[in-house]
Design a protein around this ligand. Structure first.
Ligand code: NDP
Length: 452
């Protein structure tokens, strides 16, 4: 690392000492863009690293609501408006008990570069609450969402900040949030994405993150004249991203043998076929049940309580649950068991040691900000349709998503090779490629717009 990157990293560490996930994300980005910073002094002259690691605005607010028994409950709400150099802030809302400022800053920071990679005009942001929708009635979720939006509506808008879903925020929550925004502001605008089809949503948005991750994996394999057909795949999570990734992997001829939730994972050596996946969708989205029930339903499967699926031998692994769900040892186990590709549906699911293990083994590794960018890209397409007051067909949206994922792949690939030297030159380091490609566009825009 250069003096400049080391100094900024030290300053960021000192200022944000209680935010380990944010520091992890900053370290991963800064350490890989060093060649560009060395080659182009303008970034240091304009203090771009110092500025890009500080959110433009952070909003923290009280969210009071009443439960079904009439008790008053209080949660904390957040919106981190991180960077608007290339467009309105854009990024999801997460409702999960683990949510805190550091986690949302890591997600918002990652979002800046991810959104830049999509080639669409979207800045970076993220928000959410420590509210846990699990075990709450629909009426409780609605009252919470209405209270949350009563404050958030002051800060967002179709040309200012356009939130979407994330963990714990799906179609139901987006509906309640949108309804309250419309009521308070008396305007029907594309202020949220992930809306239902009847009232401004886009076809393929629910599928987009999972489908896009599969498309990214396809593109990586193509560089080695290989394909997904016939590959044994391990997937974690059983939420939105995991569900549609499994659907697309099945369509492309792969065999998916695991899914999980925060209690454990199921292993089905015969594969989670389309009919079994349909059962999982009903379990998770309608009955809101636990993945362990899969092993009661399908005798070919086994359930492993309290464990993650990374010791199951596979050709390809797709972490789609949460951050830091693969550590260094688990990454080493995947590689030892023959895994040749990791594509990240979740955000920052692999820790820094795990990433170093993938890179040392020179496997195909698609980092989250590239591999899962299909979700936010399709949110960008939803915004475009809302502005035009038009709905595109699912074929049109899927074709655009496919094209965007190929562009993201090629952009990361080309930037990786532009800056790789020596023995690394033949290997595609998608982490470096994605970070450099995402950074350059935002940093140049910041310079153009002066010191703001
Ligand atoms: P969902 O809430 O639909 O599903 C999350 C899944 O991950 C559930 O199976 C959940 O299990 C599991 N999970 C959540 N937290 C943990 C944990 N701490 N440990 C183990 N398992 C956990 O969320 P999404 O599918 O939308 O999001 C999954 C990941 O993908 C996140 O990292 C998100 O940031 C990322 N992502 C999502 C996008 C989207 O469009 N939705 C876009 C880009 C990235 P349980 O039910 O037990 O909580």
């Amino acid at each position: 690392m250069s003096d400049y990157t080391s100094r900024v990293l030290e300053e960021v560490r000192a200022k944000n000492a209680n935010e380990p996930e944010f520091l992890q994300a900053v370290q991963e980005v800064i350490s890989t863009i060093a060649p560009v910073l060395d080659a182009k002094k303008k970034y240091e002259d304009n203090c771009i690293l110092e500025r890009i690691t500080e959110p433009e605005r952070t909003i923290i607010f009280r969210v009071p609501w009443t439960d079904d028994k009439g008790n008053i409950r209080v949660n904390r709400g957040f919106r981190v408006e991180f960077n608007s150099a290339i467009g309105p802030y854009k990024g999801g809302l997460r409702f999960h008990p683990s949510v805190n400022l550091g986690i949302l800053k890591f997600l918002g920071f990652e979002q800046i570069f991810k959104n830049s990679l999509t080639t669409l005009a979207m800045g970076g942001g993220k928000g959410g609450s420590d509210f846990d929708p699990k075990g709450k009635s629909d009426a409780e979720v609605m009252r919470f969402c209405q209270s949350f939006m009563t404050e958030l509506q002051r800060h967002i808008g179709a040309d200012t900040d356009v939130p979407a879903g994330d963990i714990g925020v799906g179609g139901r929550e987006i509906g309640y949030l949108f309804g309250q925004y419309k009521r308070l502001r008396n305007e029907f605008t594309g202020v949220l994405t992930g809306k239902a089809l009847n009232w401004g949503g886009s076809l393929i948005r629910p599928e987009a993150t999972g489908y896009g991750t599969a498309y990214f994996a396809q593109n990586m394999l193509a560089t080695r004249n290989d394909e997904l057909a016939g590959k044994v795949c391990v997937v974690s999570g059983s939420g939105n991203v995991a569900q549609y990734l499994v659907e697309k992997l099945n369509q492309l001829g792969a065999k998916v043998v695991t899914m999980s939730d925060s209690n454990g994972y199921i292993y089905d050596p015969e594969g989670i076929t389309p009919d079994k996946l349909a059962w999982v969708l009903e379990l998770k989205n309608v009955r809101r049940g636990r993945i362990k029930e899969y092993a009661d339903q399908f005798k070919s499967a086994q359930y492993f309580e309290g464990q993650r699926p990374w010791n199951v031998p596979c050709d390809c692994a797709f972490p789609c649950a949460t951050q830091n769900e693969i550590n260094g040892a688990e990454a080493a186990t995947l590689i030892k068991n023959g895994c040749k590709l990791v594509a990240e549906g979740a955000n920052m699911p692999t820790d820094l040691e795990g990433i170093n293990n993938y890179l040392a083994a020179k496997i195909l590794y698609g980092p989250a900000k590239a591999a899962n960018a299909g979700g936010v890209a399709t949110s960008g397409l939803e915004m475009a349709q809302n502005s035009q007051r038009l709905n595109w067909t699912s074929e049109e949206v899927d074709a655009k998503l496919f094209g965007i994922m190929k562009n993201i792949h090629d952009n990361a690939y080309n930037h990786a090779h532009e800056y790789a030297t020596g023995s690394d030159a033949a290997f595609t380091n998608y982490v470096a490629g994605a970070n450099i490609a995402g950074f350059v566009k935002v940093a140049d825009s910041m310079i153009d717009q002066g010191l703001v």
